[in-house]
Design a protein around this ligand. Structure first.
Ligand code: PEP
Ligand code: MG
Length: 320
């Protein structure tokens, strides 16, 4: 079976009626980048930069981060490189930061909130990304953004970093900017943010947790609150429609995209890109390549009519 899947390795992803889908990888360290070509990924859709601080005694400084991103760009040879800014908070073990413990870390100072509360951390990462982007295309996305005021703060910091680099006569390039849509508030407020964004990526892992008020780390809840339940699919569809009506590219980087039954249907909903774990890449490729886009669009419509998880699941199991 693996052998059959390997036949898809070097194939670009098209449906049988020639609709192109960009298939990217979720990556959590530099080593994984070397394996993108093993599965023929179009690039990286989510580079989780937390690894830089998770195991480190101290946070890499600007120069170290710059070299790390340049190193990744070199391996990627011009393919898509989507960096996510540090998504840290009290839920993670971070010896270098000594975070205050919180009663509800998932609802606390995490993601962009943490970075905006510690602007030096954001500034260092932004400067490193801007400098690295002189050497190749970089997309940068911000996790846990809820509303337009955060976008104002982020872009004020971007402007400050560009001004500083200019004054220091440092070379820097043009970065594409996006957010991870992973809270219901972000879905509802998306319209107001899109004029300043080049792309969005839907993070269904957190979107499910926050929409369902169901802790994603609590195994006794996972079965009853799956990411393919009707409310989540509706939130995904809303996000896609809002982004598309503003001509903004839309990706999905949560685990939902790594599910071969649902990934083609997400394409039918209008996603431009899916970002999946390296281990699921070939299976997702093969699933999409066997489908007709016209049928996927019809199936996506049908899927959104189900109110019960059970009937939704039954419909997903039918051959598309
Ligand atoms: C998500 O929330 O769906 C996501 C992709 O990010 P993470 O799993 O790292 O929170
Ligand atoms: Mg997330």
């Amino acid at each position: 079976r693996r052998q059959n899947l390997l036949a898809f390795k070097d194939k670009p992803v098209y449906t049988t009626d020639h609709h192109k889908v960009t298939l990217l990888a979720n990556v959590g360290n530099l080593n994984e980048i070397k394996h993108l070509s093993d599965v023929g990924a179009d690039g990286i859709g989510l580079f989780r930069t937390e690894f830089m601080v998770m195991n480190a005694k101290k946070i890499p400084d600007e120069q170290a981060q710059y070299l790390l991103y340049c190193n990744a760009l070199q391996s990627l040879e011009g393919n898509i490189f989507t960096i996510r800014t540090l998504d840290i908070g009290a839920d993670k073990e971070l010896p270098s930061l000594s975070l205050d413990s919180e009663e509800n870390p998932a609802l606390g100072l995490r993601g962009i909130r943490y970075c905006l509360a510690h602007p030096e951390l954001l500034r260092t990462q932004l400067r490193a990304v801007l400098r690295a982007s002189y050497h190749g295309p970089i997309r940068l996305m911000f996790p846990m953004v809820n509303h337009v005021e955060e976008i104002d703060q982020i872009f004020a910091m971007v402007a400050r970093c560009e001004k500083e680099l200019h004054e220091e006569e440092m070379l820097f390039g043009e970065v594409s900017y996006g957010i991870v849509v992973e809270t219901p508030a972000a879905v509802m407020n998306l319209d107001s943010m899109l004029d300043r964004l080049d792309f969005v990526s839907i993070g269904t892992n957190d979107l499910t947790q926050y929409a369902m008020a169901a802790d994603r780390t609590n195994p006794s809840l996972n079965k009853d609150y799956p990411s393919f339940s009707p409310a989540i699919l509706k939130l995904v569809k809303m996000t896609i429609d809002t982004a598309k009506s503003n001509n903004v590219r839309v990706a999905l980087c949560g685990e939902l995209a790594s599910d071969p039954q649902i990934a083609p249907i997400l394409v039918g909903m209008g996603l431009d890109e899916l970002s999946v774990s390296l281990g699921s890449m070939l299976e997702i490729k093969s699933a999409i390549c066997q489908c007709e886009y016209k049928q996927l669009k019809a199936k996506a419509k049908e899927i959104l009519t189900h109110n019960r998880i059970e009937s939704l699941q039954a419909s997903l199991s039918e051959n598309t």
